[in-house]
Structure formats: structure tokens, C-alpha cells
Design a protein. Structure first.
Length: 226
């Protein structure tokens, strides 16, 4: 596993420039992604190809075929898209059986207004994390493990975004803020989902270790939520 981890990190790092960023404990709305965004569509359009390139590269490393997920939006808190997926009140997004990502626009716009643009961008990275896991075949045995895996992969992408210059300023912190947001997700450790505190730990772990394979390795050992 150490050898695999070193190979993944070495190949990815070779494509990137030096990490430079500043951190802040203060909330600054829509002031981080480069260029800063103030809408859900603008945030998605700015980040989509960065995340797609990153996840495509990792998928290719494992020798698997990649498809680019479509993006859809719900303009209401409740919406059944079909394709084996449904959004619920305050749910941020979902990866559907057809491989498309659907996002809850009202919830994500609220996060941008209150917390900053990467408070929505994180959830795009999270859903791409599910997409990456599906393409490679990473499938931890319970909901908690699968969700923490996607959070961890989003943390890996966040560091990638800093290193490539797409993210800057308070983006890392906006990921933390969105994970602790009261308008976040209806389950905080309920219905099999991890707690907000656990999700922040895994997001930080992905950022610090910069290795999606290591995220998957540990996600398989995560016990189900009580």
C-alpha cells in the first residue's frame, strides 16, 4: 500500500505547481475560487473541468474507463429526477444511476451567499468523489463508509485545486463551514450517515494525505453508524 500511495502521489504532484494559499477563520462570501463566483452555475462551470480532469486521471491510473458525468439542477427543495435518484429537502446533491450529478440549486445558492463559493464547490467535488469511486469499483460496505470516502476524495481535490491555482484564499475553510452548516443535510449521524464532525475529519484527512487510494483503503474498514 505504501508503494501504491507513493506512485499515486508522485505522478499527480509532477503535474502541479507549488502549493500557496492563506487561511482565514473569518467568513468571506464568494471570495475564493479563482475567479470568485456568486452563483451555483458559475461555481459548477468554473470547477467542472478541473474536477473532471483530476478524477479522469485517477481512474486511468487504475486502468478503468471514465465517462464525464452530466450535471442537472433542481430549483425546488423536493425533486424526483428518476434514474434511481431523488433529492430531499436540504439535500445538497446526488449521483444518479445514469452517472449524472444532480444538485439542489436553492440549498447550494444559500451556502454561497452565506459561506462562500466553495461551500457549494465542495459538494460538486463530493459527488465527483462518488463518481470516481463507482468507476474504479470502490464500494465500502455501508453508507457511512461511502459518504466518508467521497468527503475524503473531495479533500484530495481541494489540495489539487490549491496546487493548480484554481482554489485560493478561504476555500479550504469554506469546505469545513459547509460540512458544519445548519442548512447542510437532514441527517447528522442518522439513517446510516456519518456525523458532521466525522465528515470534517475525513475531508481534512484527504487534504493532508493527498491520496484517493488511501481514502478508499480506510473507508472499507469504517463500521456502520450506530
Amino acid at each position: 500500500m505504501r508503494t501504491l500511495r507513493a506512485r499515486i502521489v508522485g505522478v499527480i504532484v509532477a503535474l502541479m505547481v507549488t502549493l500557496t494559499f492563506t487561511t482565514s477563520s473569518e467568513v468571506a462570501p464568494a471570495g475564493a475560487i479563482n475567479p470568485p463566483q456568486s452563483t451555483v452555475v458559475g461555481t459548477v462551470n468554473t470547477l467542472y473541468w478541473d474536477i473532471a480532469y483530476f478524477t479522469n486521471y485517477i481512474t486511468a491510473y487504475y486502468g478503468r474507463a471514465y465517462t464525464y458525468p452530466g450535471i442537472g439542477y433542481s430549483n425546488s427543495y423536493y425533486w424526483n429526477f428518476g434514474y434511481g435518484c431523488e433529492l430531499y429537502e436540504s439535500q445538497v446533491g446526488v449521483l444518479c444511476a445514469n452517472g449524472s450529478i444532480y444538485l439542489n440549486a436553492p440549498v447550494l445558492q444559500s451556502k454561497i451567499n452565506r459561506l462562500g463559493d466553495y461551500a457549494a464547490g465542495f459538494w460538486l467535488a463530493h459527488e465527483f468523489g462518488h463518481h470516481l469511486a463507482a468507476k474504479i469499483g470502490w464500494n465500502p460496505p455501508n453508507v457511512r463508509g461511502r459518504e466518508l470516502l467521497a468527503d475524503c476524495i473531495a479533500g484530495v481535490f481541494t489540495k489539487y485545486g490549491y496546487r493548480t491555482g484554481r482554489l485560493n484564499g478561504s476555500d479550504l475553510w469554506e469546505g469545513f463551514w459547509t460540512l458544519g452548516d445548519s442548512e447542510f443535510y437532514p441527517y447528522n449521524g442518522g439513517q446510516g450517515y456519518p456525523t458532521k464532525a466525522d465528515r470534517r475529519v475525513w475531508y481534512q484527512y484527504g487534504y493532508d494525505n493527498y491520496d484517493p487510494g488511501l481514502c478508499a483503503w480506510y473507508a472499507y474498514s469504517v463500521p456502520p453508524a450506530p
